[in-house]
Design a protein around this ligand. Structure first.
Ligand SMILES: [Mg+2]
Length: 258
């Protein structure tokens, strides 16, 4: 296989033994920014929940349901970001986890169904711009809606998807090249998530952290995907610390619903 055929493995640039993949909305943040915008600026929680349920039970693609949600928001993009910066809060344990991960050379890769400019703006707000810029983010983007001149006019923006999958962003595509490495080169892979945008990633890593009380747990139980639950990153930090220190295996840590 020529080097041009090799999959891209940016998270292995520093020869890490562990990689932490994570969802952004509702996982690193306490609220989901897209849900928040839909509920306060778009068509509201009732229609949103109906859409999420139809995805969870396999009746609809995430992609279509998610576009419908975001299309119900006509607020200019810059105003959406302003609203989010005022209302979305960081997981209480994430900052400590972020700094510890840096110390032990464990890359954190954000895999998100959200839009990159939103994620970058929130992370810069929470962590500082330099720290935010150090994180790899693989997500969807935003574009000016056809017929409009700017993102920042009424009805001016729309989401554009990362790939052609029904997920909009198939998170497994980013994880799989690492998962398929030969055993002697393969790092231990973690994933943390909370909801329907994480279904594509749920089966790919060695240990899945699913947020307590959220949709991803229902899915894992239905599909027999091993997982453990978390309330915030303080719990994730404790488990990952034990695993990296060799005190517990990933199998032992996958205790399911707590
Ligand atoms: Mg989420």
């Amino acid at each position: 296989m020529g080097s041009n055929d090799s999959p891209s493995l940016p998270a292995l640039a520093t020869d890490s033994k562990f990689i932490f993949f994570t969802d952004f909305d509702g996982t690193i943040t306490q609220q989901d920014s897209n849900d928040f915008m839909t509920d306060t600026l778009g068509f509201g929680p009732a229609l949103r929940k109906k859409g999420n349920e139809s995805v969870l039970f396999g009746h609809r693609d995430f992609r279509d349901s998610f576009s419908e949600m975001l299309d119900s928001i006509s607020t200019p993009f810059d105003q959406c970001i302003e609203t989010l910066l005022k209302n979305i809060t960081l997981d209480s344990g994430f900052k400590e986890f972020f700094h510890w991960a840096k110390e032990i050379n464990m890359p954190i890769v954000i895999l998100s169904g959200g839009m990159e400019p939103v994620i970058r703006a929130l992370l810069a707000h929470f962590l500082g711009k330099e720290e935010a810029d150090s994180l790899q983010i693989v997500s969807n983007q935003v574009a000016v809606r056809p017929g409009k001149k700017s993102l920042n006019e009424e009805g001016g923006w729309m989401i554009t998807y990362h790939d052609d999958s029904g997920f909009g962003h198939d998170k497994s595509l980013e994880i799989r090249p690492y998962a398929n490495l030969p055993a002697d080169q393969r790092p231990v892979l973690f994933y943390a998530g909370d909801g329907v945008s994480d279904l594509s990633a749920a089966k790919e890593t060695d240990l899945l952290f699913a947020k307590a009380g959220k949709d991803l747990i229902t899915y894992c139980e239905k599909e027999n995907v091993p997982f453990t639950t978390f309330h915030d990153f303080t719990e994730i930090l404790a488990v990952v610390k034990d695993i990296t220190a060799g005190k517990v295996t990933v199998k032992e840590a996958a205790v399911g619903r707590k």
